[in-house]
Structure formats: C-alpha cells, structure tokens
Design a protein around this ligand. Sequence first.
Ligand SMILES: NC(=O)c1ccc[n+]([C@@H]2O[C@H](COP(=O)([O-])OP(=O)(O)OC[C@H]3O[C@@H](n4cnc5c(N)ncnc54)[C@H](OP(=O)(O)O)[C@@H]3O)[C@@H](O)[C@H]2O)c1
Length: 353
Amino acid sequence: MEKKINIFLVGTGNVGKSLIELIAHDNLYKIAGKKFRIRIIGIANRSKMYFSRQSINANKWKSLLTKGKTANVDLFIETMKHYKLPDTILVDCMNGDEISRYYKVILKQFPIVASNKSSNSGSYKNYSAIRDTIKKYNTDFRYSANVGVGLPSTDIINSFLSGGDKVTAIEGLFSSTMNYLLDKLLTTDKPFSRLLVEAKEKGLTEPDPRNDLNGIDTARKILILARESGAKIEMNDIKIENLVPVILRNIKSLDKFYHSIKIADSKFDAMKRVAMKNKRKLVYSARFKDNKASVGIEMVDAVHPFYSVSANEKVVLFYTEFFKHHPLVIKGESGGAKETASVLISDILKTVL
Ligand SMILES: NC(=O)c1ccc[n+]([C@@H]2O[C@H](COP(=O)([O-])OP(=O)(O)OC[C@H]3O[C@@H](n4cnc5c(N)ncnc54)[C@H](OP(=O)(O)O)[C@@H]3O)[C@@H](O)[C@H]2O)c1
C-alpha cells in the first residue's frame, strides 16, 4: 500500500523545474518499509496556473501550464482547499513574497515546504506569527533548502537546541558567486570585472549580478540561522557590505553595468595585494554573535577554517556552549537547483512521516 503525497507547486524557475524533473524521473520513495508517491496536483508561475485532481503528467507540465488559467494566488489556495485531497502540501519555489504573505492562512490547513527564503527573512513579527500558527494548528513548515543547500544547517541548530545546547555564534560562507570571485581573484591574474563576466558565462551569478554583490542574499541566510538559534533580529539590524559601487546601483542596462564595473578593479586589486603580502585569503563572510550580525569581505589566515574552502564549496561554523573553543564545521560542495530540489523532496517526505 502506498501513501500519496499531493503537492501544489508555486514557481517553475530553476528550482521548481528541477523538482518536477526529479518527480518525472521517479516519484516513488521507500522509507522504513513504507511507500510514498509524490504527485503534482497544481503548478503555478507568474503568469499561469494549472491543476489536475488525478495528478499532472510531470513530463508534459510545460505545455499543460501554457494552457492553464491566468495565475491568481487566491484562486490557487482556494483550489488546494476545494480538492480536499489528503496529505496536500504547498511547495514554494517562488522568488518573491506573493505566496509567503499567505503562509499564515495556508498553514491552518496545509504544511508548507519552501526553498523561498521570503517568509523566514521577512519581519520578525511575521516570523513569530508563523511559528504560533504552526503550534496552534499542529502543522508543519520545512525549509532545509533556505540556507546552504545540502548542508543541514537549520537541522543542526534544531538538534543543538533540543539537546539543551545554546548557539553562541555562527560564521559562514554562503555565496557561491563570491567564493568563486574571491578565490579566482587571488589565484589568477584576472581583474575582478573580468572574473565577474566569466562567472556569469559559467551560470554562477544571478541574472543581475548586483544581487550577488549587494550581500542581501547572504544577509538573509545569516538572519535565518540567527533566528533559528533564538535571536529576535531583523534584516535592518544586519551590517551589510554592498560591493556594488554606489554609482552603479541604479544603472538599468546590464551591459552598461558590466562595462562600468571596471571601476571596482583597483579596489579589489589593492585588497588582493594586502591579502597576498600577509599570506591571507579574501572571503565574503556572514557572522552572527551576541545578537548582532554582519556580512562583508574579510581576510583570514591559514588557521581559520575559511582558508581551506575552495571556489565551489560552502561552509558554516557553529559555536555553542558545548562547541566553545572548536566550532562544529560543516562544509561541502555548493549546491545548485538540482541539489535544492533534492532537499525539497526530503522535506516533503518528512512532513508525512
Ligand atoms: N537556485 C538555487 O540554487 C536556490 C537555492 C536555494 C534557494 N533558492 C530559492 O528558491 C527560490 C526559487 O529559486 P530559482 O532559482 O528557481 O528562481 P527563479 O529561476 O527566478 O524562479 C522563480 C519562479 O518564481 C515564479 N514566480 C515569481 N513570482 C511569482 C508569482 N507572483 N506567482 C507565481 N510564481 C511566481 C517565477 O515565475 P516565471 O517563471 O513566470 O517568471 C519563476 O517560475 C528563490 O526564492 C531562491 O532564493 C534557490
């Protein structure tokens, strides 16, 4: 006998698409002698939404979605309710807060699994209200893919807390793009602007690389880990070093931006010279301690765990009352959309186990 898990997926970009591909490849999962089948019942992107009570053929979702109705968040949620299918889950792979604004309403009836960080990195008031809703309605919200894809950072914090430990500080390198750029800056003769173009050509940057350089995404991640550790902290409390030169922040044309970013080369070259002279490495790190968090460039020496992190790795260091002098370090390959999708599958299964 297999249990059917019925998912309603919002967002069919890199992550959403990878999730559908994984489900198309194999949607039957065997855990502890039980069988679970993940079925996609609803899909939406910014323009369209499509539903099938009998489940959507994951190999044909694109053409089916094109034929769907005009996207509408209220109608999407109403359809989830109307179908009354057991083990229904909302999976949020969107890149904005249009659906997370409704989490409190959705969680009254359905669990949520999200790669989208909007809810956890919004206001603390909303963060706290979501936790109250989860308790009140005995429901579930899982977001292991929010931080450090594949590195079980939020799970580790929860296991510290449930074991009576207290997190005292967190440090991490969360941006694959910045890890790549700063590693190559020190290990090649190429200027920063050239490396940025190469990172774009390799598909490592956001469509607008200013979203990597401005530090917001890294700040969201340390905010989420800090909150998970119990801190009542807001995004505005985080000191963020924005690496986009002020005069390039509002340029509309990306071509013009790529051309103009050459003005940052001399600053990065100067940092490189200081780092090399002092046998140090440049990293774009996030730190949290004593209810304060910051994100920015720093130089680390060879004894620091960041020093050995390669261009395609991520790392998180946890200091706790038990791990006082030697932090617990989790480190591993930087994940992409496919790895994120796999973490989502694991979260989906945990909601029904
Ligand atoms: N990429 C990664 O490796 C990774 C890793 C961890 C977490 N995440 C997070 O996961 C989320 C998805 O990432 P991604 O890389 O897949 O982003 P993406 O490629 O930009 O895709 C975002 C999707 O959200 C949809 N969307 C935006 N506004 C919407 C709305 N109002 N209603 C319905 N759909 C809407 C977009 O629709 P259209 O297709 O119509 O534009 C698109 O399908 C983001 O929040 C990201 O921060 C990503």
